[in-house]
Design a protein around this ligand. Sequence first.
Ligand code: FE
Ligand code: ZN
Ligand code: FE
Ligand code: FE
Length: 272
Amino acid sequence: MKTSAKKNKKSASGSKSRITKKTSGRHTTSNSKNQRTKKGSLQKSTSQKPKPGNESSDDLMKKYFSDLLKDTLNAEKQLVRALPKLAKASTSSALKKAFEKHLGETEKQVARLEKVFAACDIKMAGKKCEAMEGLVKEGTEAIEETPKGSLVRDVALIVAAQKVEHYEIAAYGSLRNIAINLGYDKAADLLQKTLDEESAADQKLTDISDSLNPKATKEEAPKSKKTAKAISSKQDDEEKENDEEPEEAVYVDEEEEEGEETPARSGFGNSL
Ligand code: FE
Ligand code: ZN
Ligand code: FE
Ligand code: FE
């Protein structure tokens, strides 16, 4: 429990009563006395109590940590495939550049996650992240539902991208906290680095959105010929426009199952 002070500080960000409720719901073996104790002693007593079936809480947490890592690796790989499409669909060069820059970061994040697996002595694997698949689909929807060449599309792309970044921030913040408590110090540092990049990416998107939003609402008509045409005879062109959009395909076309994950590098060729 060398890092318990740090852990307590972090988990104290939510309300105390919520934490207690969650803990009592999840750990059915803990007795009601635990709920009454201070948060420090609550954590102590849960980690000291061995689970039935010979598995220590530490083993269970390591297993969970490993699953979360695998989910996150898969999520990042889905993004490596999706980000070029978001960049391509962007109207403003600022947004396009931001997506391209984050693609480069995301590739490094995949490599960094591989280091995390190694640092924790966990066999590297992926596990399909359903949430990221859904979030990427929302990116596809943003493209389908907005006119090509419009700033409204950029704003919609930013919304979709920020949902992604917030998901990643939650994942990496949690992974880092668990790593600290498991004593995976090197992994925690690596995870923190990615967390910082995700936060910076999110902030950058906020900045771009702030500057594009006023222009998007004043925008008289979309810039591209195709969109102008689409607007003049919306119904006729709806089907055609959809056909012309390269984004109609679903980005995630691979099902990566546990155990069959290949090293990240091999996946890059497809999207670069
Ligand atoms: Fe990422
Ligand atoms: Zn990312
Ligand atoms: Fe996930
Ligand atoms: Fe990100």
